[in-house]
Design a protein around this ligand. Structure first.
Ligand code: NAG
Ligand code: NAG
Ligand code: NAG
Ligand code: NAG
Ligand code: NAG
Length: 776
């Protein structure tokens, strides 16, 4: 249905109110969020930067056989190692010639546009790649020697025109794929971008769509393409193109956009007497990605942003993932829909669409359809009557030309998107998918690129009983230092790596980092990452049955439910004794504010606080003097009665984990003042021999047992105070209480800071206002 004003109203409503309650259960927070720095520090990512400005919308080709990643940039081609994209790359400088640049400038173009933007890099034969660039608005192609031994050089003798293979404009959309040595391309073939074409360039043949036929292609934006066999007869292989195009709306305008899947026979040679060198099999239909709204009005995601064809063992039946956005100006939303080949084929095998005039409605074509069925290939499976499309009757060619559109659209699996992004916060640009076998089934792991350098790692789980979709946002990874749009994501399942392109570089990113979730069984199960399982000792890479593993029987994983209670029953070997539960002492000053810090690793966990009194646990709830914050429990105005032992627990999927025990000591206002008064009065040269009576503040309070029970508890106190008196307090307390020898003190100072203080106090220091230098 076209977007009319009624739909816009619904969109607006949907925008303010959440999607219908039956829709996806969804947690907007990723379970883990990792910054660029963190990814680099843990060696999970490596970045290739290229020379300045060389990578604008780079064209990437993954060659797993030669173990290289080929990257086409501005005036340059790179060959990177799949192991480490930033190590020992090779490059070929391939600019436009001076003549070309001059001609380009004379056409009125700007200097930067007159570079050679390499938009197409495809395998050509065993030893060569084909590379095509815009060549200063005069497309050029060449062959690149890229054989074994990391050879990488331009074959200068073989430069040729790139017309029909590469667009003129660097910003123009293009898609290409190679099968059996033939190149299939969707692009605009002319300078003015009037002639959109889907074509094949073989060694002996050239076949394309009709020129200026708006029925076949109407101002398309090309997004993707793939060759998919229909059966075991290669003569029946089909090439699929994914693109958006303009459709006429009710009032005869041409503004609405729909997403299309089109297909041709790979072996189509066109007609003999008519439609020479034109497809005899070009058919297309609409790909629908929509959400059912109230009142039966669907909200459509019509703009295809990216497509990913997920290959399976059965190469005839890949799954097709589309990343879509809305076309509305009012409301921006994104959705991922998945299509099965069965549904795609049945749309192409269904009725043809027919309309008398462009402004009429489409209806089913009811008349007799000629034989062989238009859109079928000249293959053995089809009876072997036609050895080539050149033998097809004129009637068939005429029909296919006048009826390229199928009546039925392709609807997504489960009739709904697997993923929805409607908060308006993020712009999604790219998509890659991995098919992963886990203990409790197969999962598609989606890697989605955004416009601000983030890659989202998501699984989606369909619940049959409830007919609902659950999105689990496993990780949010910032893969470039600067926030830039991600323009390409390629995946190598074999290497368990992602290769991500943007204008600032190409990043390589490991698909998983299981140890990051924590080493306990519960940590691993709660993560719900199909790549990871608890192996009896720690959280590590999961290998499905058949692979060698240490102790298969002790492996625990529950992607579907994240049920750590069931999976890890009896395995919570007193985690407190393993030092996993942080123990610390915190000092607060009466009437002042104090933060008890505690934040779970998982951003999806809920935190509960309890005050332990005798044997009782009393939950701490928000009121006018205490609030739960993302960093911990904040007392706005500390009371004497707030002192005591606090327990911080996380709850995730019903699994409760203690995170920290914090003893809060409330210092009375008067004694603090007293301390400063007395501390300040002491001179540095005072006689060490006569130790004064130990003031109550400096005596070590009863600490809970644990690694945090450091003797340097006063550091906590100093940070709490947060001002220039620190040094005096330190000197004072150290002298009075520690009575440590100078030697001991020096030793202490020589240690790196993280050994000197408990982790808790150090982290708190970061969140407080900057401390003054202690030299007042
Ligand atoms: C990362 O790699 C470097 C060298 O390649 C190594 O020195 C360092 O220990 C690694 N860091 C981690 C966290 O593995
Ligand atoms: C391509 O698009 C970018 C941003 O939209 C623009 O800055 C640039 O000039 C365009 N280049 C050409 C050749 O049109
Ligand atoms: C590959 O193609 C290039 C360019 O057409 C040609 O020079 C070369 O001989 C071919 N190599 C093989 C092994 O066919
Ligand atoms: C193109 O050439 C290759 C190798 O030279 C050959 O195998 C293939 O059949 C040719 N394709 C066509 C359509 O002629
Ligand atoms: C309370 O905290 C503020 C800063 O947060 C500090 O200036 C003040 O001295 C503190 N009061 C006491 C009694 O420590």
């Amino acid at each position: 249905m076209a977007v009319d004003t009624r739909t816009l109203w619904v969109l607006l409503l949907v925008c303010v109110s959440p999607w219908s309650p039956a829709e996806a259960t969804k947690n907007i927070h990723p379970r883990l969020r990792l910054s660029y720095r963190e990814l680099v520090e843990m060696n999970r990512t490596w970045v290739f930067q290229g020379s300045d400005g060389a990578l604008q919308n780079p064209a990437l080709l993954l060659d797993e056989y030669q173990e290289r990643l080929f990257v086409g940039g501005k005036n340059v081609l790179y060959s990177l190692s799949l192991d480490r994209v930033n190590a020992q790359h090779k490059e070929i400088h391939w600019p436009s010639s001076d003549d070309q640049v001059e001609e380009c400038l004379m056409k009125g173009r700007e200097k930067p546009e007159c570079a050679n933007y390499i938009k197409l890099v495809q395998p050509h034969n065993r030893t060569h790649l084909l590379a095509c660039g815009t060549g200063a608005f005069n497309p050029v192609c060449t062959y690149v020697k890229a054989g074994h031994w990391k050879e990488f050089e331009l074959d200068d003798d073989h430069a040729e025109s790139g017309r029909g293979r590469c667009p003129y404009d660097p910003n123009s959309s293009v898609t290409s794929t190679v099968s059996r040595g033939e190149l299939y391309v969707g692009l605009y073939t002319d300078y003015w971008e009037n002639d959109a074409s889907v074509c094949r360039l073989g060694n002996q043949s050239y076949t394309r769509t009709e020129r200026d036929d708006r029925q076949q292609l109407n101002k398309p934006k090309f997004v993707g393409s793939a060759v998919i066999p229909d059966n075991d007869d290669p003569g029946d292989d089909k090439v699929y193109f994914f693109f958006t195009e303009r459709v006429s709306d009710m009032d005869g305008g041409n503004r609405a956009v729909h997403t299309r899947v089109a297909r041709v026979c790979a072996n189509d040679l066109g007609g003999q007497r008519m439609q020479v060198n034109k497809w005899s099999s070009f058919l297309k239909t609409r790909l629908i990605c929509s959400v059912a709204g109230p009142n039966g009005i669907d909200t459509h995601f019509d703009e295809l942003e990216d497509v990913f064809v997920l290959k399976k063992k059965d190469d005839k039946n890949p799954e097709i993932f589309g990343l879509f956005s809305t076309t509305s100006n009012v409301f921006k939303g994104y959705a991922v829909c998945v299509y099965s080949m069965e549904d795609v084929r049945s749309a192409f095998n269904g009725p043809f669409a027919h309309r008398e005039r462009p402004e009429h409605h489409w209806s089913v074509y009811e008349e007799k359809v000629p034989f062989p069925r238009p859109g079928s290939c000249a293959s053995k499976i089809n009876g072997g009557q036609f050895s080539s499309s050149k033998d097809f009757p004129d009637e068939v060619l005429r029909f296919v030309r006048s009826h390229p559109m199928m009546f039925h659209a392709v609807r997504p699996q489960h009739n709904r998107p697997v993923l929805l992004e409607t908060g308006g916060g993020r712009t999604l640009t790219q998509l890659a998918v991995d098919h992963v076998e886990a203990e409790d089934g197969h999962y598609n792991v989606l890697f989605i690129g955004t416009d601000n350098s983030v890659v989202l790692k998501v699984i989606t789980i369909y619940n049959k009983e409830a007919d609902s979709m659950e999105e689990v946002l496993l990780e949010e990874l910032q893969v470039f230092k600067m926030p830039v749009p991600i323009t390409e994501i390629l995946i190598s399942s074999k290497r368990q790596q992602l290769y991500v392109g943007s204008e600032v570089g190409v990043t390589q990113l490991r698909l998983h980092q299981c140890d990051l979730y924590g080493s306990a069984c519960a940590d691993c199960c709660l993560a719900r990452d199909p790549y990871c399982a608890w192996d009896g000792v720690t959280c590590s890479r999961y290998y499905p049955a058949g692979h060698y593993t240490k102790s298969r029987r002790s492996r625990r994983q529950d992607v579907r439910h994240g049920n750590a209670i069931q999976q890890c029953n009896g395995l919570q070997i007193s985690e407190e004794h393993h030092g996993r539960v942080q123990q610390k002492m915190v000092y607060g000053v009466e009437s002042n504010s104090t933060l008890l810090e505690c934040s779970p690793r998982s951003l999806q966990a809920r935190v509960l606080w309890f005050l332990l009194r005798g044997g009782d646990m009393e939950e701490v709830t928000d009121d006018d003097h205490v609030v739960h914050t993302a960093h911990g429990l904040l007392f706005l105005k500390l009371r004497r009665s707030d002192g005591g032992l606090y327990l911080c627990q996380s709850v995730e999927h019903g699994f409760v984990q203690p995170l920290a025990r914090i003893a809060l000591e409330v210092l009375e206002e008067e004694s603090v003042e007293l301390l400063f008064h007395r501390g300040g009065a002491r001179g540095a040269d005072e006689d060490e021999g006569e130790a004064p009576p130990r003031p109550p503040l400096c005596s070590p309070p009863a600490l809970p047992p644990g690694p945090a029970s450091t003797k340097h508890w006063y550091k906590d106190f100093m940070q709490l105070i947060g001002y220039g008196n620190i040094q005096r307090v330190e000197q004072y307390c150290e002298r009075v209480w520690c009575a440590a020898s100078d030697k001991k003190r020096k030793k202490l100072k020589a240690l790196p800071p993280k050994w000197r203080y408990s982790q808790g106090s150090e982290r708190r220091g970061k969140q407080r206002a900057p401390r003054h230098s202690p030299d007042s």
